[in-house]
Every structure is written in structure tokens, then in C-alpha cells.
Design a protein around this ligand. Structure first.
Ligand code: A2R
Length: 320
């Protein structure tokens, strides 16, 4: 039996490529001089795609007639058309749970950096400004803030636990109430935004959440409002956010994700009161290794047993 062919449309971490190339024919398009030619040559053989950030849409999958599985490196799989995959009989997997604590840690870091202006305070020391002036008091504090979490899934819960340890009991908005949680639930996002002064966004990207945070939500959040987005750039109407920050409709924002990464609007870069991170929610070596191993485990399990470890909701696998 020939080894199954696995396609990597974009560069992958060595932890993944080393293990996959030991077991399978691994085709890395990022390494090819003529990627289109290589793809055309292997299209009939490809049975698996392993992807980190590449767009895998219906047309891409339809061009691979023997495709069985798309393993996504990351819990968010909005670049993979999972609904189309389901129709085509292709399994999609992601990397849930292994990044919950890391992303939640980053979120609390970003929240505190934004409220207490810690990057700006660091700059105050490095530029020598401290010798002349004390760093100005920050206008607000985490203590006493009312925090609403949009999305109360695996990562949302980990964020909520940390907030409680900081003395802040959050409220939350999702489409379906989480019955095992005691936090106050809002079925209406605008109502929650009116009642809190801090919003943390941790929902999946994709059409259902596109521009969920719009001008109306930001106005409801109000002039003391802080928005922290660790989900996807697409969830926030970025021009509306920029305008709200410029017009002081809200106080500040901490952003780890953007609409057109790695391109960040100059208007945001020019604002000294916002904190901008380069999508580093899960970006530590231990966490990325755990995510990478789960990608490999999904592929290996699929080819060995026909049951992936972590299929997404759109493509559930029933093992008989
Ligand atoms: O709405 P529900 O009941 O399905 O709750 C999910 C919520 N959610 C939404 N909330 C409000 N409006 C929506 N349109 C909407 N769509 C989904 O987001 C659930 O509480 C949460 C997602 O939780 P999990 O599926 O457990 O995802 P996890 O592992 O927490 O990761 C969330 C996202 C990833 O998709 C990446 O974009 C990012 O965090 O790293």
C-alpha cells in the first residue's frame, strides 16, 4: 500500500512536518517553486490537508477528489469551510482545549495592559521620561469594573475563572445559556453592553459573528468602556471601532486580532491609548507544541482507526 498523501498548503511547525513525513507522503506547497504545478500533480492522491491559516474553501476541497480530512492547526477554523466539508463528506478537525489556559492567560494580560497602560509605562522608563515626570495615573482600574464576556465556551470559562480570582465576577452573552454556570446571562448583547464597562470577545470567527461588535454595541458600552478582542478580527467592525476610539465613544481597546492580519490600520497604530498585540493568544512554545501534537494525532488516528480525536461540530464522526 502506498503511503497516504498529506497536503500542507502553507508552512507548518517542524513538530508537525517531522512526524507526518515519517509516516506519510507530505507535500509542502510552501517549499515548492511551482506550487500550482505540484498541487495539480498530486491532486488525485491527496487524502488529508493539514492547515494553519490557509483558506480551504469548497473549490479547494472539490479539486481534491480523494480528500477525507482537513486538520486545522488552531481551535478557530473560520478559514476552513466546514459546512461545505460536511456536504462533501470531508472531516474537519481543530485543536480545542489544549490552548484554553494559555489564551485565557494572554487575555488577562492584555486586559491589565490596556486598563493600566502597562506598555506605555514600560516606554516611560525606556525613553528616560521618568527622570522628568512620574507616569500619569491611569484613568481606571480593573477593580470595580463590570466585565461582560461575549462567548462562554472552553476559553471563555477559563477567562471567567481568572477574573473571579482578580475579584471580578463577570457576566456573559452567548446564544444559548450555559446552565452549569452561575454567572448572570444576557441573551441580548446590547443589553449586556449597556450594563458593563468592559467587553471581552472570545467567540469563533465566520459569518455568524461578522461585525458582532458594531457602532451600536460600542455606544452602549460607553465612554468608560474598554474592548478586549482575543477572538477574530472579523468579529469587530474595525472602522466603527477606530471611529469610536477617535471620538472617545469608548475609553480604550486591547486587540490581539485584526481584520486583515498582519496589516493593522495606521489609525490604530497612531493611537497611544490602545494596546495592540500580533495575534499571540496561544503563541508559546509549550502551547503550540500541544496544538501541533493534536493535529498529528488527528491525522494518525484517522488513518489508523477512521476516528479523528477532535472533529468539529459540523463534521461529527460516529464510530460504529
Ligand atoms: O452561542 P453559543 O451558545 O453557541 O455559545 C458559543 C459562543 N458563540 C456566540 N455567542 C454569541 N453570538 C454568536 N453568534 C456566537 N457564536 C458562538 O462562543 C460559545 O459559548 C463560544 C465558543 O466556545 P467554544 O466553541 O468552546 O470555543 P473556544 O474553544 O472557547 O474558542 C473560541 C474562539 C475560537 O473559535 C477562536 O476564534 C478563538 O476563540 O481562539
Amino acid at each position: 500500500m502506498p503511503k497516504p498523501t498529506v497536503l500542507a498548503p502553507a508552512a507548518l511547525p517542524a513538530l508537525i512536518t517531522e512526524q507526518l513525513s515519517d509516516r506519510y507522503e507530505l507535500i509542502e506547497l510552501a517549499e515548492a517553486d511551482d506550487a500550482a504545478g505540484v498541487l495539480a500533480e498530486c491532486a488525485e492522491r491527496v487524502r488529508a490537508i493539514v492547515t494553519q491559516g490557509a483558506v480551504v474553501d469548497r473549490a479547494y476541497m472539490e479539486a481534491l477528489p480523494n480528500l477525507q480530512i482537513v486538520a486545522n492547526f488552531g481551535v478557530g477554523y473560520d478559514k476552513v469551510d466546514a459546512a461545505a466539508a460536511a456536504e462533501l463528506g470531508v472531516i474537519v478537525t481543530n485543536t480545542p482545549d489544549v490552548l484554553n489556559e494559555e489564551v485565557a492567560d494572554t487575555t488577562l494580560g492584555l486586559l491589565l495592559m490596556t486598563i493600566r497602560q502597562l506598555p506605555q509605562a514600560d516606554q516611560h522608563v525606556r525613553t528616560g521620561a521618568w527622570v522628568n515626570d512620574a507616569f500619569p495615573l491611569t484613568p481606571s482600574s480593573l477593580q470595580g469594573r463590570k466585565v461582560g464576556i461575549i462567548g462562554m465556551g472552553r476559553i471563555g470559562e477559563a477567562i471567567a475563572r481568572r477574573l473571579e480570582a482578580f475579584g471580578v465576577v463577570p457576566v456573559y452573552h452567548t446564544r444559548t445559556q450555559r446552565s452549569h454556570l452561575d454567572y448572570t446571562y444576557y441573551d441580548n448583547l446590547l443589553a449586556m453592553a449597556s450594563d458593563v464597562d468592559t467587553l471581552i470577545v472570545i467567540v469563533p470567527g465566520g459569518p455568524a459573528t461578522q461585525n458582532l461588535i458594531n457602532r451600536e454595541v460600542l455606544e452602549a458600552l460607553g465612554e468608560n468602556g474598554i474592548l478586549v478582542n482575543v477572538a477574530r478580527g472579523s468579529v469587530v467592525d474595525e472602522p466603527a471601532l477606530i471611529k469610536a476610539l477617535q471620538d472617545k465613544v469608548i475609553l480604550s481597546a486591547g486587540l490581539d486580532v485584526f481584520a486583515d492580519e498582519p496589516n493593522v490600520p495606521q489609525a490604530l497604530i497612531d493611537m497611544e491609548h490602545v494596546v495592540l498585540l500580533p495575534h499571540v493568544g496561544s503563541a508559546s512554545v509549550p502551547c503550540r507544541n500541544a496544538m501541533g501534537q493534536l493535529v498529528v494525532d488527528n491525522i494518525v488516528s484517522w488513518f489508523q482507526t477512521g476516528a479523528p480525536v477532535t472533529p468539529v461540530a459540523e463534521t461529527p464522526v460516529t464510530v460504529l
